[in-house]
Design a protein around this ligand. Structure first.
Ligand code: HEM
Length: 437
């Protein structure tokens, strides 16, 4: 059992404990936004609740957060600089400032803690993003295509070698392995670390959720600490012996671009973990969607030109990242709701993706949908996903190669959902591959 020090308990109480208590109370009182966090049925299928929220109001005021499931409101919130992701420069009551500081007391820097890209606003955000953006442009990513195809083929060879009748966990053997292999190669971190990255990443991914129990929080922090510890050692090795990779460049930056120790850790840790914790969900969910929609799968086999739109539709229909939050930086009013500086607004990306004002017949999975790409699964504005081009390419290559090699692949039992709520996907999908083509 992990022992909990007082600092961990204080952080948990401030970051999760109070919210957990408030959310449970609100859920008992019938608040549908709170039910999103507490109701197991909503975890399995949040879409009916999203629809209810969207129909109720463009922006719902709640006791803890305001919430939107509308595409237009979500888009505006993500792009408008009256809303940000951090509290720097936001006028908060003194008590709130003290509590925010206390919540960071001796905390390991995780994906949603400053100075992670996800948790800082411009100008700091612009400076940090600039130093990593070059590696992930559409052009730089396209140059990775042959390497990704090769890695896919190797993983599929391994699967084929087991024989088509053996039951296989598609996530463990393929959907999780492909993204971690690809990002490890791009960043120049050892492939031998993949297993540990996956374990630490799965634990750390829970820090994105709200209202964790103390036990869940300790486990999540242990994943973040383990990854950070390994990264610190890796940076020391790269300083002594730099290579030709992104992390070597980051440790050597000079002048205005130079990163502090925390900035380096946060930026590198996020790029690494976001590189595999999200795309695994797209691959798993995408494979299941094709299994449950055999007519769409047949269409793809006959007309592979539909693959790019099919990937967009998978992203739209069941987004791997369901939610993000923005903080109002100033006092403002939106759709009749008055927002004080520091008010959190929950943006239900998965809800916006099913908004009938944008998508005809939104509950239908349709790989030929003309505007599938208008989804918000990669967010919008300055925090638009840095790895969007890479995720799209991996999904197209990875799923296409899987279904081409194993045209008779079938799911043989109930898939198992990840425990996370912000990240939505599966941690196990039992399949039988059938004979390889
Ligand atoms: C299907 C796969 C993926 C999905 C659905 C996804 C989704 C997202 C979303 C929604 C955000 C913005 C969150 C917000 O606005 O608060 C984001 C940001 C980010 N993503 Fe992705 N992502 C995926 C894959 C990747 C990959 C492969 C990488 C690898 C580099 C990556 C790196 C990042 C980074 C570094 C950010 C922070 C950007 C910033 O704040 O400026 N993502 N992603």
């Amino acid at each position: 059992m992990l022992l909990t020090g007082p600092a961990t308990t204080v952080r948990w109480a401030l970051k999760h404990g109070l919210i957990r208590h408030g959310v449970r109370r609100a859920a008992r009182a019938g608040d549908p936004v709170a039910a999103l966090q507490t109701d197991p049925a909503a975890r399995a299928d949040p879409y009916p609740l999203y629809r209810q929220l969207r129909e109720r109001a463009p922006l719902l005021a709640g006791p803890l957060v305001c919430t939107t499931a509308r595409h237009d409101v979500a888009t505006m919130l993500l792009r408008d600089d009256r809303f940000g992701v951090g509290f720097t420069g936001v006028q908060l009551p003194l008590g709130a400032v003290a509590l925010t500081r206390l919540a960071e007391w001796r905390a390991p820097i995780g994906p949603v803690d400053p100075p992670s890209l996800l948790a800082v606003d411009p100008p700091l955000h612009s400076r940090l993003r600039r130093v990593v953006a070059r590696v992930f442009t559409a052009r730089a990513v396209e140059a990775q295509r042959p390497r990704i195809e090769k890695r896919c083929a190797e993983l599929l060879d391994d699967l084929a070698a087991r024989g088509g009748d053996e039951p296989v966990d598609l996530v463990a053997r393929y959907a999780a392995l492909l993204p971690v292999t690809v990002i490890a190669e791009i960043l120049g971190v050892p492939l031998a670390m993949r297993g540990r990255f996956l374990r630490w990443g799965a634990a750390g991914a829970r820090t994105l959720d709200f209202g964790l129990s103390l036990r869940e929080y300790r486990h999540a922090e242990s994943g973040v600490r383990a990854l950070n510890g390994w990264l610190r050692g890796h940076f020391a090795r790269l300083r002594a012996e730099p290579g030709d990779d992104l992390f070597s460049r980051l440790v050597q930056l000079d002048g205005d671009d130079r990163l502090t120790g925390d900035e380096l850790l946060a930026t590198a840790g996020l790029v690494l973990a976001a590189g595999f914790e999200t795309t695994v969900n797209l691959l798993g969910t995408g494979a299941l969607l094709l299994h449950t929609h055999p007519e769409q799968r047949e269409l793809l086999a006959e007309e592979p030109r539909h693959w790019p739109t099919a990937v967009e539709e998978m992203l739209r229909y069941d987004s791997p990242v369901q939610t993000t939050v923005r903080i109002s930086r100033v006092a403002t009013e939106l759709h009749g709701v008055r927002l004080r500086p520091g008010t959190p607004v929950q943006v239900l990306l998965g809800g916006a993706n099913r908004d009938p004002a944008v998508f005809d017949d939104p509950e239908r999975f349709d790989i030929t949908r003309p505007n599938a790409r208008d989804h918000l699964s990669f967010s919008g504005g300055v925090h638009y996903c840095l790895g969007a081009a890479l995720a799209r390419l991996e999904a197209e290559i990875g799923l296409r190669a899987l279904f081409t090699r194993f045209p008779h692949l079938t799911v043989t039992g109930p898939p198992h959902r990840r425990p996370t709520r912000v990240l939505r996907g599966y941690d196990a999908i039992p399949v039988r591959l059938g004979p390889a083509a």
